[in-house]
Design a protein around this ligand. Structure first.
Ligand SMILES: *Cc1c(COP(=O)(O)O)cnc(C)c1O
Length: 412
């Protein structure tokens, strides 16, 4: 008898937890999802069907943005935003190296040059002072001592890369400091794009993510806070002019009709079926945002109570994160590895966002940044890891995760 109970306990303990549980969410939305998908199958308008228009209206209402242009992915949303701004060779776009590669990739895709600025060690977002110092360094030809990309053949001759815009990233679902970033941008006549791929649903001083800069870009990749069942994204703007350009870029640069091409564009439409999925999920999204915040608070309390020795995430006054990731810092890389291994043995998955900052990636070696250029990003890459996070994570599951880490008390 006794033996059996013990076996059972060990067995229960090791049931693997998902990192993100989309199955539990599906149970919540299934009737609505089936109704909406059937409706698309019935009308058969698979490209730019009525659900796309309905989704754009719902997203505009949710964020209070004037225009929403739904599109094929978060990456395409960023690309469309840069294209709408007419960015190309010789232009510099400033962002951080501690982000998903897509943020910098789109800059390179339009022929422009990414220029990096280091992040804050508590918030993981761009530091406004460093942003301004970098802009000054570019204008004054690197006399301020800030690391700048090497001038390559395509920009040689011109001493300068022209700083044109900023892509601020809302990492892990926490908005960057847009009051300060927008003010700096205005001072130097730059535009701001909000990479809200992880923050759709978050808020900054009472305003929703995606509406915090001239152009906001969301991703609806399945693992993001609001995800579809495939790829999807959207661009948000209050500018009528930008909205018109973005709609044209989304469909091959179309003008008055689809055989009138007024600019070079893309095929970047969202599928009607994905719009139907998003409409079903949007209904429960406000409750999910609350649930995500409850999960994060429970983690914060339990990691502290169990003496995990981990640095828990900070959310400044006036901000609300949507917790795309719940990321913590271990004392060092070796300790992180030990903790991740222990969790894995208990069936608890973890992930590292991001193990290599972009300035040290092979693809960006051509920019000529050296190790040490962005010390905070480099240190975070060695210490950070993310724990399971989704709105359906229960207190007893969080407790199981935190207890597993409690053995590391004091080890830093
Ligand atoms: C996911 C992500 C993107 C790209 O979105 P996709 O929909 O996957 O193309 C861009 N930037 C950041 C910060 C992201 O996390």
């Amino acid at each position: 008898m006794k033996d059996d109970t013990m076996k059972n306990e060990t067995h229960v303990k090791k049931i693997p937890l998902p990192f993100i549980d989309l199955a539990r969410q599906q149970v919540e939305i299934l009737p609505e999802l089936e109704r909406r998908i059937s409706e698309v199958l019935r009308h058969g308008r698979y490209i730019m069907g009525p659900e796309v228009v309905e989704l754009e209206q719902a997203l505009a209402e949710f964020t209070a943005a004037k225009h929403v242009i739904a599109c094929s992915s978060g990456t395409d949303a960023l690309l469309m935003a840069l294209m709408a701004k007419g960015i190309g060779p010789g232009d510099a776009i400033i962002t951080t190296p501690f982000t998903f590669v897509a943020t910098a990739e789109v800059i390179s895709l339009v022929g422009a040059t990414p220029v990096f600025v280091d992040i804050d060690p508590l918030l993981f977002n761009m530091v406004p002072e460093k942003l301004e110092q970098t802009i000054k360094a570019m204008i004054e030809n690197d006399t301020v001592g800030y690391p700048l990309p090497k001038q390559n053949a395509s920009t040689a001759g011109s001493a300068e890369l022209r700083p044109k815009g900023i892509i601020a990233v809302d990492l892990f679902g926490l908005p960057a400091d847009y009051d300060r970033i927008n003010a700096i941008a205005q001072k130097y006549d730059l535009f701001v794009i909000e990479d809200a791929a992880q923050s759709f649903g978050g808020t900054y001083k009472g305003k929703r993510a995606c509406s915090l800069a001239e152009l906001g870009c969301a991703s609806f990749f399945p693992a993001k806070p609001l995800g579809c069942y495939g790829d999807g994204g959207a661009v948000f703007t209050d500018s009528d002019d930008m909205a018109e350009r973005l709609k044209s870029i989304r469909v091959h640069g179309q003008g008055s009709d689809k055989y009138d091409n007024v600019r070079v564009g893309l095929n970047a439409r969202i599928d009607t079926l994905q719009a139907a999925v998003l409409l079903s999920k949007l209904k429960i999204f406000p409750e999910e945002i609350q649930a995500r915040n409850r999960v994060a608070s429970t983690y914060n309390e339990m990691l502290t109570d169990f003496g995990s020795g981990l640095q828990i995430p900070s959310v400044p006054e006036g901000y609300e994160s949507v917790w795309a990731q719940y990321s913590v810092l271990a004392g060092n890389a070796a300790l992180r590895e030990k903790i991740q291994t222990t969790l894995k043995e208990e069936g608890i998955p973890t992930a590292i966002y991001y193990p290599i900052p972009l300035h040290l990636q092979t693809a960006y070696a051509g920019l000529g940044y050296e190790k040490g250029a962005f010390p905070v990003s480099e240190e975070m890459a060695e210490r950070i890891f993310s724990l399971p996070m989704h709105p359906y994570l229960e207190a007893k599951e969080i407790e199981r995760i935190c207890r597993t880490i409690s053995g590391y008390k004091g080890e830093r």
